[in-house]
Design a protein around this ligand. Structure first.
Ligand SMILES: [Zn+2]
Length: 227
């Protein structure tokens, strides 16, 4: 049974921290009551750009058995993802993972997952950013859903930023750019690949293909937002 730690409300330690560092809405920055479960205010929660779909097959994302994207990549969600990626706010990942889980619970058909695997980041990029945001989302989701998380994929070479390339360029760019670090870890399992945003789906497709090649039985994907 999945745990709902972030939905249970803060513990005593967290409340004490919040006395010193009051909790703020990750979307608008307004100060929140120290007992909130999710770091977001009611008006922001109500106006999130919800995608309104459960796990589904996406034709443009090959090798994936079903993808879940609770939000569309715009407005408050786009700004929060930007803050998480480019302005050194990895803690936003936890709030976004909680919101993803809340949205996921609205749909009756959630596949069974054995392992969460974050979409990898090249070590050079990870070093300059200090963290991989997909890993942060994956770790938070793993805690909430009580599923193990493993960095089973590695980026084998530095690729051009995906937002700067056309779909064709992306596919060529990504070919053989990801490998499974330990095939025994994923073989025969149902995997949930986690990333922040899906645009063309080329990155998720490349990762899923590598996992299938290493013997994964099922590969699903969950992203915060779909562009
Ligand atoms: Zn707000």
């Amino acid at each position: 049974m999945p745990r709902t730690c972030c939905l249970d409300g803060p513990g005593l330690r967290e409340r004490l921290i919040r006395l010193l560092y009051p909790e703020k809405c990750v979307f608008c920055g307004v100060l929140l009551h120290d007992s909130v479960r999710i770091s977001a205010c009611e008006p922001c929660l109500a106006s999130l750009p919800r995608h309104g779909k459960g796990f589904e097959r996406i034709p443009r994302v090959p090798w994936i058995d079903g993808m879940f994207a609770p939000f569309t990549y715009e407005d408050s969600i786009e700004r929060a993802i930007h803050a998480m990626k480019f302005f050194g706010k990895p803690k936003v990942a936890r709030t976004l993972a909680c919101l993803m889980w809340e949205e996921m619970m609205k749909y009756p058909l959630i596949p069974d997952f054995d392992l969460i695997v974050p979409v990898p980041m090249h070590w050079r990029k990870r070093m300059s950013r200090g963290y991989n945001q997909s890993e942060r989302i994956g770790q938070a989701l793993g805690e909430i859903m009580d599923i193990p998380v493993k960095n089973a994929l590695a980026k084998t070479r530095h690729t051009k930023p995906q937002s700067l390339s056309s779909r064709e360029e992306r596919l060529i760019n990504l070919k053989n750019s990801v490998r499974v670090t330990d095939p025994e870890v994923v073989s025969g399992l149902s995997i949930l690949l986690v990333d922040d945003v899906v645009t063309t789906g080329a990155t998720l497709g490349t990762c899923a293909q590598a996992l299938r090649g290493a013997g994964a039985s099922w590969v699903f994907a969950a992203v915060i937002a779909i562009a």
